[in-house]
Design a protein around this ligand. Structure first.
Ligand code: ADE
Ligand code: ZN
Length: 327
């Protein structure tokens, strides 16, 4: 079979995707119209033309603006269903989805509606396509730790209703200047509560933030982590403990974490024995879903079938619960 067919038929899990980052421009416009929200763009093409990013923050500004059209339970359902419909074609058998409740509650959207809409789609997606899934509730790191505690308190009464889907806690948004230590207490609380812990680290921020996420937050998986390479001792530790990295190649390219896909360190990290996985991050903004990410790196880094099988297998191994060795 050709490359695309070969990759498509490999059982793959997506472990790093922000559901708000799957909101396609045409759905943004449809929801804006349905909800009477005025957008500062004339049409879908004008919005899409604005997707030119210079760094993480330039993307986040647009991403939060796009998310402002999400108001009702049905909106969250429609967005999630569109994503599942899309990945069902890519041979994705499992997905662990991040969502940012603070982006919505600060606009007055009840957190219960956010949970309800996303979970309804996930349950339906499992019945329809057999795609298994779970949710990672993520705190915005540019906000305070107290705001994270408040969000956790708002969400906990819903936990029993979503025990089948809400399994994880994550940390995202602007990394630089918002180190993992800032969230040490709220992560300790989430750990006591029995959630699986992950955090973005080493995307734009330094390798120290990856060590910090491991040591201070006790995460079992690192989102991105590509800057770990700057600390050889850290790389050795990630390899020895088989801590998965959820790498997002097209995201790294669009946000200028790398200037050329041929310079991406994914293959070097894989060859050093790390549990590297491929993910889409915010596919509506970065020009590709999971399969597109596999194809882009396979071409740019000249990956062979063995590498691709290993990457797909890593993604299945790195699903919750993640078994990492101690120390
Ligand atoms: N939120 C959505 N995508 C993100 C990314 N790549 N890094 C940090 N926060 C995000
Ligand atoms: Zn991300």
């Amino acid at each position: 079979p050709d490359r695309l067919t070969f990759i498509r038929q490999l059982p793959k899990a997506e472990l790093h995707v922000h559901i708000e980052g799957t909101l396609e421009p045409d759905l943004i416009f449809r929801l804006a119209q349905r909800n009477g929200v005025t957008l500062p763009y004339a049409d879908v093409d004008a919005l899409r033309a604005a997707y030119q990013f210079t760094n993480l923050q330039s993307f986040l500004d647009l991403y939060y603006a796009g998310a402002a059209v999400l108001l009702t339970e049905q909106d969250f359902y429609d967005m999630t269903m569109a994503y599942l419909t899309r990945i069902a074609q890519d041979g994705v058998v499992h997905t662990e989805i991040m969502f940012d409740p603070q982006t919505h509650t600060e606009r007055g959207v009840p957190i219960a509606d956010v949970f309800a809409g996303i979970a309804r789609a996930l349950r339906e997606g499992k019945a329809k396509w057999g795609i298994t899934s779970c949710l990672i509730m993520s705190f915005l790191r540019h906000l305070s730790e107290q705001a994270a505690f408040d969000t956790l308190d708002e969400a906990l009464p819903l936990r029993a209703d979503y025990a089948d889907v809400w399994l994880g806690i994550g940390l995202d948004s602007g990394e630089q200047g918002n180190p993992p230590e800032k969230f040490e207490r709220v992560y300790a609380r989430c750990r006591e509560l029995g959630f699986y812990l992950v955090a973005h680290a080493g995307e734009e921020g330094p390798a120290d933030y990856v060590s910090g996420a491991l040591d201070k937050l006790n995460v079992i998986r690192i989102d991105h982590g590509v800057r770990s390479e700057e600390d050889p001792a850290l790389v050795a530790r990630l390899a020895a403990r088989r801590i998965p990295l959820t790498v997002c190649p097209l995201s790294n390219l669009k946000l200028k974490v790398v200037n050329d896909m041929r310079e991406h360190n994914l293959k070097r990290l894989l060859d050093q024995g790390l549990c590297v996985t491929i993910n889409s991050d915010d596919p509506a903004y970065f020009g590709g879903y999971l399969l597109d990410n596999y194809v882009a790196v396979a071409q740019a880094l000249d990956l062979d079938d063995e590498d691709l099988v290993k990457l797909a297998r890593n993604s299945m191994d790195a699903r919750f619960p993640v078994f990492v060795s101690q120390s």
